[in-house]
Design a protein around this ligand. Sequence first.
Ligand code: GDP
Ligand code: MG
Length: 162
Amino acid sequence: PLPVVAVVGRPNVGKSTLVNRIIGRREAVVQDVPGVTRDRVSYDADWNGKAFTLVDTGGWDPDAQGLAERIAAQAEIAVSLADAVLFVVDATVGITDADEAVVRILRKSGKPVVLVANKVDDMRTEAEAAALWNLGLGEPWPVSALHGRGSGDMLDAILAVL
Ligand code: GDP
Ligand code: MG
């Protein structure tokens, strides 16, 4: 079986866009309406000849009561099934309570985490990505899932923990 990488984070940070970027297809469901991906969807991925399985997560109603807890509960399931985690944060928004709830799950799991500072579409946003060092999860990789900026270095970081 291939190593499994779970893509987790609160709704609308760009998880599905990032999955599409990595698999090179427009298959993971991306919508302006957050929370559209249902539960967990797996895709075969490959970088530099190394194959792995990517698991996109989602399916939370962003207006639901106790959203942070629901996100954390879904993240806990996905992380328990994974060998490594891609934790996606929206660098243009910064750290929210829902992000913090996921961080607690990640710490508890002891699984290797690659921290993605997404929506860094240009040089100006790099400084906001650096603020994510405060999460205590190591180096934030600035990425634009939409345009592909930084995705090669991020993929190298994933292979390094597999
Ligand atoms: P998910 O809920 O975490 O799966 O997020 P989606 O992948 O569905 O993306 C939510 C919204 O963010 C969509 O409108 C995307 O086009 C947008 N988005 C995703 N990645 C980026 C990015 O790198 N830059 C910008 N500017 N927008 C992005
Ligand atoms: Mg999604």
